[in-house]
Design a protein around this ligand. Structure first.
Ligand code: PGA
Length: 253
């Protein structure tokens, strides 16, 4: 069995000022100091990244940004480059989150530009994909995911996939309290891995971590993580309190 090391990642979205993020990160670092079988990552807002990076120094918790621009610099008011994120202490960046697609005009094409720029800069991308409720109801889940993967990952070489994490986040499950069942998640994750295997080869596909996201909480994480192709979780609401997030990180206990 080629099980990948689990990754539990917290997406703090537009929550927490710098000092609030520092406080939560400090608590989390203390609570998770014993953890080595699971990778842990947090994605605070941009304004908290540098301060949180200081807190995480010497801990095992990795620092992730929630978005970036694809250009390295220039007249792009309000945007942040990969280089800036690296300098702030990030190793990872979330790309194509459904909230960015829904509210900020993110498309598979912009995800692709950002993905290539992140990889070129040495920042590890966490690419989010997922179908809406109506797409699932209409039986379009797999075709929607195919399009997101094919267009989002366009031009990537097998080697590029080494740094890539995929996050399957059904839009209907995000922040709604409705989680995909572990069987629904496994079905999609196995499908995604098969598609990656067809495009890049089985051994490359076996190494890619595929996270599940959408209303993950202490009550459902163990069941999701027991699935063969679920390699971790991208957690919004339940990652905001250090104690709750720590329970997710300790899902094996
Ligand atoms: P949620 O968010 O855990 O609050 O559903 C998940 C996400 O958006 O990554």
């Amino acid at each position: 069995m080629t099980k990948r090391k689990p990754l539990i990642a917290g997406n703090w979205k537009m929550h927490k000022t710098g000092p609030e993020a520092v406080e939560t990160a400090r608590k989390l670092a203390g609570l998770t100091a014993d953890v080595d079988r699971v990778d842990v990552m947090i994605a605070p807002p941009f304004t908290a990244l540098a301060q949180v990076a200081e807190v995480l120094r010497g801990t095992r918790i990795m620092l992730c940004a929630q978005n970036m621009h694809w250009e390295p610099r220039g007249a792009f008011t309000g945007e942040i480059s990969a280089e800036m994120l690296l300098a702030a202490g990030c190793t990872h960046v979330i790309l194509g989150h459904s909230e960015r697609r829904q509210f900020f005009g993110e498309t598979d094409q912009t995800v692709n530009l950002k993905l290539r720029a992140a990889l070129a800069a040495g920042l590890k991308p966490v690419v989010c994909i997922g179908e809406s409720e109506s797409e699932r109801d209409e039986g379009k889940t797999f075709s929607v995911l195919d399009k997101q993967v094919q267009n989002g990952l366009k031009g990537l070489l097998s080697d590029d996939l080494k740094g890539l994490t995929l996050a399957y986040e059904p839009v209907w499950a995000i922040g709604t309290g409705k989680t995909a069942s572990s069987q629904q998640a496994q079905e999609v994750h196995a499908y995604l891995r098969d598609q990656l295997a067809k495009a890049y080869g089985r051994s490359v596909a076996e190494a890619v971590r595929i996270l599940y996201g959408g209303s993950v909480k202490p009550a459902n994480i163990a069941e999701l993580m027991a699935m063969e192709d679920v390699d971790g979780a991208l957690v919004g609401g339940a990652s905001l309190e250090a104690e709750t997030f720590n329970q997710l990180v300790h899902y094996q206990n």
